[in-house]
Write a protein of this length. Structure first.
Length: 388
């Protein structure tokens, strides 16, 4: 793959989410456009998810899109397995407030309908759309419409010829599958492409993306496919996605969970914030508890987290239950509590501002955190709080 192919100009910089400035040094990828959102190049890493509603129910799907947008999604994908789903795309694309990507597997005609419907992008899987002339056709139509294409390779759906050639879904097999499809698009002068090479095993996924990053300069969509339920899936995704992002590899991510898509967005944003790739929002930290604790830290931390739900200001809130390290660690946060002996010292940016009874800690923390969030918004010239 050549790295001298034309780079898409940075036309959508103002529309992309803000990123922190001290994160990993990112791989130099070309920048493409997905509607008003830039992906790759110097554009911030974006977070996306996929709706679980029947796409042919346009109103229900639009409600689902609004929910993930409110949670912080930058891009959303909708499944298009049936013709009635494709027929609903014009209404969805028109009314959604974030770029919509149509997920196409077997029926190339649905991809044509998605392009004509005004979707910002389409996802095609080389293992499922086998006609090369149809892939080329999609490239020509997408180029005319300004639509992006994601080449989405999965370890579980590789072409039979690739599996036979490489002896299974190896990293080399997945990368070759993706690049062969990319060449079909390049042959018709289409370059508004991003690539994913997902696998359900994080270590295989990491090795595959590393190899792909060495062989092309296209933006990469990261994910551990079929990661699993909320807890274990989030951990596997953090390992796979986080490891690559820490190396500078990756331009957009999806945490694939057997859970509400809103949870995928929350997990994805947390991964980016942890690597300083997105400005930190609310961050509740708490000690793991030990024999020194004089308060039920686990319960207290959960109650504080629940009480602060909806605050999206960049606040680090610490819940500590140890008289040895608690006061010092609480002082390192924007707002903290050092609890013990039936009371809690509330510490704001290094200074103790109140001492409250243990049963009043949660109420006090919510009060002071809300107050600080409002101060931050006023300093930034922002309006009413955004509830996520």
């Amino acid at each position: 793959m050549s790295s001298t192919l034309p780079i898409v100009p940075d036309t959508a910089a103002a529309a992309t989410p803000a990123a922190a400035s001290d994160g990993p040094v990112r791989r130099k990828s070309r920048r493409i456009s997905l509607g008003p959102i830039g992906v790759g190049g110097d554009a911030p890493v974006t977070v996306q998810t996929m709706t679980v509603t029947p796409t042919h129910d346009a109103d229900l799907t639009l409600q689902a899109i609004a929910a993930v947008q409110a949670a912080g999604a930058d891009i959303v994908r909708v499944a298009v397995p049936r013709r009635e789903d494709a027929e609903a795309l014009p209404r969805i694309a028109e009314h959604a407030r974030i770029p919509v990507v149509a997920d196409i597997h077997f029926q190339w005609k649905y991809a044509v309908m998605a392009i004509e419907a005004g979707c910002a992008g389409v996802r095609i899987n080389p293992g499922n759309i086998k006609k090369h002339d149809k892939v080329a056709l999609l490239g020509r139509l997408a180029a005319e419409a300004g639509v992006a294409i994601r080449i989405g390779v999965n370890g579980g759906s590789l072409e039979d010829a690739i599996l036979e050639e490489f002896g299974g879904p190896t990293p080399e097999a997945m990368v070759e599958s993706a690049l062969r499809e990319v060449r079909l698009l390049e042959d018709v002068d289409f370059f508004n492409t991003k690539i994913s090479v997902k696998h359900s095993d994080p270590w295989t996924m990491i090795r595959t993306y590393r190899l792909l990053a060495e062989r092309c300069d296209y933006p990469l969509h990261l994910g551990v496919t079929e990661a699993g339920p909320l807890q274990s899936g989030s951990i596997k995704s953090a390992v796979g996605i986080g490891a690559l992002l820490a190396e500078g590899i990756g331009d957009t991510i999806r945490v694939s969970l057997s859970a509400d898509p809103v949870e995928e967005i929350k997990a994805g944003i947390t991964i980016l914030e942890s690597l300083h790739l997105r400005e930190r929002g609310l961050d509740v930290v708490s000690c793991p508890s030990c024999g020194r604790a004089q308060v039920d830290v686990w319960t207290l931390a959960e109650e504080v987290q629940q009480g602060l739900e909806g605050i999206d200001a960049p606040l680090r809130v610490a819940v500590m239950g140890c008289v040895v390290n608690g006061p010092g660690e609480a002082r390192e946060a924007d707002l903290g509590v050092a609890a013990g002996n039936g009371k809690g010292d509330i510490i704001r940016r290094g200074e103790r501002i109140a001492t409250v009874r243990e049963e009043d800690i949660v109420e006090a923390m919510v009060h002071f955190a809300t107050e600080m969030a409002e101060e931050i918004r006023r300093e930034r010239g922002e309006g009413a709080p955004v509830v996520v």
